[in-house]
Design a protein. Structure first.
Length: 207
């Protein structure tokens, strides 16, 4: 028993570290305005940081900057000039949201053609992250026809008043998965944090 408890605690301690590594260190202007709006509405800095998937220190610095200068824009440094314009960034985000399964090289090719200059897929990935889009595995569900949906809803309503004793006489069997389309386990989509179960982020598959 002690061995299992030690293993569980070790696993749990690794989860926050992994989540921390995936957090961003800066925010796109649109996300900065959203963060300030949440703070003005009374949200805690830690809650805003979790919602936007950034370190709490980012929100802390943003709030101090806003209270001092009364604006949410980032200070322009003396570093290398951005290869993409604001219009390029908006176009890229629109493309990624319209076709969420496109890869960063595919989006880079599309953006390069539209902008008339070469733009790397690394730059595309950074711009998507700044805009709040990240590559994640989609939720995969069974392909249901409208008739299937109605039948399932009807069955659920018929049995919603059943008691635990009645359900105790029901045998639930496991379903096996059989792919008749391409395997989707390697497929990724671009989506915002907290939108895992939104309709555009769900991929239907026949099982």
């Amino acid at each position: 028993m002690l061995q299992f408890a030690s293993s569980d605690s070790s696993t749990k301690s690794e989860i926050p570290k992994a989540e921390s590594l995936n957090r961003r260190n800066h925010l796109h202007d649109e996300m900065r305005r959203r963060a300030v709006g949440m703070l003005q509405a009374g949200a805690r800095q830690s809650a805003v940081a979790r919602e936007l998937n950034v370190h709490r220190s980012v929100i802390h610095r943003l709030w101090n900057h806003y209270q001092r200068d009364q604006n949410t824009s980032r200070r322009r440094g003396s570093g290398r000039q951005r290869i993409t314009t604001t219009a390029d960034d908006c176009y890229l985000l629109q493309c990624a949201r319209r076709r969420r399964t496109l890869t960063s090289p595919q989006l880079a090719s599309q953006l390069s053609a539209a902008a008339g200059r070469p733009i790397s897929h690394q730059t595309v990935s950074r711009r998507l992250h700044e805009g709040g889009l990240f590559a994640r595995r989609p939720v995969v569900c069974v392909l249901l026809s409208p008739a299937h949906v109605r039948a399932r809803l009807h069955w659920a309503r018929e049995h919603r008043s059943w008691t635990p004793e009645q359900w105790g006489h029901v045998l639930f069997t496991d379903e096996s998965r059989f792919n008749i389309q391409n395997d989707s386990r390697r497929a990724m989509i671009w989506r915002e944090p907290g939108t895992r179960y939104w309709a555009p982020n769900i991929v239907e598959r026949c099982h």
